[in-house]
Design a protein around this ligand. Structure first.
Ligand SMILES: Cc1cc2nc3c(=O)[nH]c(=O)nc-3n(C[C@H](O)[C@H](O)[C@H](O)COP(=O)(O)OP(=O)(O)OC[C@H]3O[C@@H](n4cnc5c(N)ncnc54)[C@H](O)[C@@H]3O)c2cc1C
Length: 404
């Protein structure tokens, strides 16, 4: 049930009018999603679809939510049901994609989807209206309330969607990238998820190409690196040189960058949230790619199931999250081993060989890898034969050794 709090502090977006103008009354929603990024936005969207009468608020600290992300996923990362509910938010899709390595060009016949953050927020805003508030400064959170910086208090069940939590130093490798969106004729008909024929620098390096339209191309210079630092100018210069080499010239329309942690051991988070959480905040993402959209959707589906039983009490949600998270974490050890193969067993300039071998494997296995659903047989196939780096070295490297 929504609750009403009175205060005499300054106005907030949750204010309702009363005959006495000296008394400001805050009609608090029963569900408060703190953080209006990908996860908070997706949950709000799904709840608004399934429970149009549910009282909810998304509270986002940024004054406006902008155009800095492209979120992609493979068709088989999601169930058909999840893909169906996500589809109104999808900006572009392609029926297949390519990868390129020295000695290997492969066309993979599984569809690929992309969501632009500007489309995402425009659609979200249209659906949620005043239920999505930006520029909200929060001073503290508890399981059943949010205190704003101006002292006002909102009560309701809190879901923490504030993005990546702090990490323990030296426990992860990094997938880092800088992207430029160019207005140029490019001739590409489908995405190239990895063009690793480029010089290998700062670990495994590849170009990621997303052809939004015949005259619009996103190029990202990506590194699987030991360090999180991004030399943006150098990477942008590398992208422009690559574009020029392919005959692509044109105006820069947009920039994007990211640095995603890839765990080398379990327990890589400095502290997890005590609150029911979602998105990166839960630590549930694909450990080898750093991507979170598919895991976030799976968790949202669980939360929505729970909502059907009207059980949004903080305690019930926390218990459910603990159970779900610990079962999920128990399935991630193999991906940690793969990261250790990449970051610990392979010399940085040889890392591409691990990925080149992976992309030579059967397509269903590749799909299950991205979906985070490798079978024991898949795991055996990934390590069997003659992997290009020593599995023994990956297993025996000390987890706490600091990366170079
Ligand atoms: C450039 C980039 C591209 C990516 N591409 C992909 C991709 O293609 N596919 C994929 O699956 N993953 C991708 N990822 C990884 C991951 O999915 C994204 O980082 C995703 O945005 C994470 O979603 P989230 O909601 O957990 O966190 P975020 O999207 O970071 O959202 C957290 C939100 O909480 C807000 N917030 C934080 N603190 C407070 C506070 N105190 N009060 C109110 N609000 C607060 C932040 O301002 C932010 O808006 C990408 C990451 C980056 C950086």
């Amino acid at each position: 049930m929504a609750q009403i709090h009175s205060s005499h502090s300054s106005a907030t977006p949750f204010q309702a009018t009363r005959p006495d103008p000296a008394v400001q009354v805050h009609l608090s929603p029963s569900l408060l999603i703190v953080g209006g990024g990908l996860a908070g936005g997706l949950l709000a969207w799904r709840l608004a679809e399934c429970f149009p009468d549910l009282s909810l608020q998304v509270l986002e600290q940024k004054p406006s939510i902008g155009a800095e992300h492209t979120w992609c996923f493979h068709q088989h990362d999601l169930t058909p049901e999840s893909l169906a509910w996500l589809s109104p938010l999808i900006s572009a899709s392609w029926t297949s994609h390519d990868v390129r390595f020295p000695g290997l060009n492969r066309h993979l016949r599984s569809a690929y989807f992309a969501i632009r953050s500007e489309d995402f927020y425009a659609r979200l805003k249209a659906k949620l209206g005043q239920q999505m508030q930006t520029g909200v400064q929060i001073s503290s959170l508890a399981a059943d309330r949010v205190v704003l910086a101006n002292g006002d208090q909102l009560s309701g069940t809190v879901l923490d969607a504030r993005g990546a939590p702090a990490l323990k130093p030296g426990t992860t490798g990094w997938q880092k990238f800088v992207g430029l969106e160019l207005e140029t004729e490019h001739g590409l008909r489908r995405p190239v998820l990895m063009d690793a024929t480029v010089p290998q620098l700062d670990g495994f390096r590849f170009m990621y190409l997303l052809p939004w339209s015949p005259r619009r191309l996103l190029i990202e210079d990506t590194r699987y690196s030991d360090t999180p630092e991004l030399d943006t100018d150098t990477l942008e210069a590398g992208i422009l040189a690559y574009a020029k080499q392919h005959g692509w010239h044109g105006k820069i329309l947009r920039r994007e960058q990211g640095c995603l942690p890839l765990p080398l051991q379990s327990g890589f988070l400095n502290a997890t949230s005590d609150l029911p959480a979602l998105g990166l905040r839960t630590g549930m993402f694909h450990y080898v790619t750093g991507y979170s959209l598919p895991e976030t959707l799976r968790w949202i589906n669980q939360l929505v199931e729970q909502a059907k039983w009207h059980d949004w009490q903080p305690d019930a949600l926390s218990r459910m999250m603990t159970r779900y998270q610990s079962a999920w974490q128990g399935r991630q050890h193999f991906l940690i081993l793969l990261n250790r193969l990449l970051f610990r067993a392979a010399d940085p300039e040889q890392r591409w060989r691990v990925l080149a071998r992976f992309y030579g494997l059967p397509e269903p296995l590749i799909r299950r890898f991205y979906a985070g659903q490798l079978t024991p047989l898949d795991q055996f196939r990934l390590l069997a034969g003659r992997p290009p780096v020593s599995v023994f070295r990956a297993l025996t490297a000390l987890p706490q050794r600091r990366l170079r």
